[in-house]
Design a protein around this ligand. Structure first.
Ligand SMILES: NC(=O)c1ccc[n+]([C@@H]2O[C@H](COP(=O)([O-])OP(=O)(O)OC[C@H]3O[C@@H](n4cnc5c(N)ncnc54)[C@H](O)[C@@H]3O)[C@@H](O)[C@H]2O)c1
Length: 433
């Protein structure tokens, strides 16, 4: 099939490559010239395992090309995927202006047979507004479907090609059939296909993210209790996780969730619920957000307890991306902790296996890509992102001033670090040192 993918960030670049891998003829459309040039040259402009290689492969087949705006050849596409960003507005609500402007541009370049497929995460009701807007501009009833994306950064390509479900919301069978056709090779492997009404399809994504955020904040609330009671939240998670109704996944206590999706999606969901008169249903998500943010403050508090006045003291933060295998710094908990400590006058050095080049605002932070140099004379080490490199690290290589580590992810081998002479402090745990 002939496709366009509009907006080539984490979602769109991955989707464009994945669709070309399935054998479709894909035109990727991106307005950021630097990103566009990078993609044309076979270089993914962010870190995502396996995606560079896959891009090179599909570029060689000629199935994926790039352009900065719609041109004649893109008008003829069977499907247009909207993958632009929906960042958080100051009010907390989702900013749908990029989706609206992409839809407007598309409406001027659309054929009546094409199906517009939204993949961005939007407030419920957005698709209906876009359909009306685009139909007015195009002068015909536009086919529109919503097809939320569930990929996770770090395993994005794999998640795109082997999703655990494909959800589509549409007003007409024609659109559903076109979406089914594009994913035919994936559906042939038995992937569940859920054809829903549009509002429900929009809600699936934010509801899933709200649930995941709740699970993480639940165990982090238990960590607060464990800290007050002298109990151990990691052992608690293990024990409750044996109940298969609860499960062990997403139950690791630590400095909480971040990134370009979970935090802004729960805030956007709260804002939309209020707009549609159902605000009280999501009051609890405000607590979920607060529990999450409190964990970042807890690390700062522990640092102050350990160092007294942190001013002038060297602190090393290991990992600045919001999760391992990604260089995404959006709302990264570890980066916020680093900045808060720097704000208190600490001399904060940050290290990360891949994300340092993505750090544009380096103010008040020292960036060091050599781990041994980064650790030299540190008085405190904080594990902020659980990269494998840190989990596997031999702590004896770190020549620090004082051997104190705060494990913000409950990811370190406590025995190993203690045997190397370190005092290990971990969130939600009462470790005897
Ligand atoms: N990142 C993820 O893991 C993920 C997963 C699932 C869903 N989502 C959702 O997908 C959407 C995109 O997220 P992202 O992380 O890829 O964002 P992003 O900011 O990385 O990418 C968005 C891209 O769209 C481009 N763009 C904006 N308007 C455009 C236009 N009119 N024409 C062409 N290009 C345009 C921007 O330049 C940018 O490169 C969001 O709604 C997000 O919530 C993201």
């Amino acid at each position: 099939m002939r496709l366009t993918v509009i907006g080539l960030g984490y979602l769109g670049a991955t989707h464009a490559v994945a669709m070309a891998k399935l054998g479709h003829q894909v035109i990727g459309i991106e307005q950021d010239q630097a990103k566009l040039e990078s993609l044309k040259q076979g270089k993914i402009p962010f870190h995502e395992p396996g995606l560079d290689k896959a891009l090179t492969e599909v570029l060689a087949t000629g199935l994926l090309t790039f352009q900065s705006s719609h041109k004649e050849q893109s008008q003829a596409a069977d499907l247009h995927f909207i993958c632009v960003g929906t960042p958080q507005k100051e009010s907390g609500a989702a900013d749908t202006s990029y989706v609206v402007s992409a839809a407007k541009e598309l409406a001027k370049n659309l054929s009546p047979e094409s199906v517009v497929v939204g993949k961005s995460t939007v407030p419920v009701g957005t698709a209906r507004e876009l359909k009306n807007l685009m139909s007015d501009l195009a002068g015909f009833e536009v086919h529109l479907a919503w097809n939320p994306e569930f990929l996770r950064e770090g395993t994005a390509l794999e998640d795109s090609l082997k999703p655990d479900r494909i959800v589509v919301g549409a007003w007409d069978d024609y659109s559903v059939e076109k979406v089914k056709e594009v994913y035919k090779p994936i559906l042939a492997t038995g992937t569940p296909f859920l054809s829903l009404d549009v509002e429900t399809a929009e809600l699936v994504k934010v509801a899933a993210n709200a649930f995941l955020a709740t699970k993480i904040s639940f165990i982090n609330a238990m960590a607060e209790i464990a800290e007050a009671a002298g109990a151990d939240a990691v052992a608690l998670a293990e024990a409750i996780g044996h109940d298969e109704r609860i499960g062990k996944k997403f139950l690791r206590s630590g400095i909480g969730f971040g990134g370009g999706c979970l935090p802004k999606d729960i805030r956007g969901f709260i804002a939309r619920a209020e707009e549609i008169g159902a605000g009280s249903a999501l009051e609890f998500l405000k607590d979920i957000d607060q529990i999450n943010l409190r964990r970042r403050d807890k690390v700062v508090e522990i640092a102050r307890q350990e160092l007294g006045n942190v001013s002038g003291k060297k602190i090393l933060v290991l990992g600045i991306s919001f999760k391992p295998d990604s260089d995404d710094l959006r709302d990264s908990p570890s980066l916020e902790i680093a900045r808060k400590l720097a704000g208190l006058g600490a001399s904060v050095t940050v290290h990360d296996p891949v994300a340092l080049p993505a750090l544009k605002d380096k103010s008040a932070l020292t960036v060091e890509s050599d781990l041994v140099k980064a650790a030299k004379d540190a008085e405190l080490v904080i594990l902020g992102t659980e990269w494998k490199e840190y989990r596997d690290l031999d702590p004896s290589v770190l020549e620090v001033k004082s051997k104190i580590v705060i494990d913000g992810r409950n990811a370190l081998d406590v025995d190993k670090w203690q045997k190397a002479g370190w005092k290990v402090i971990a969130l939600g745990r009462n470790i005897k040192n």
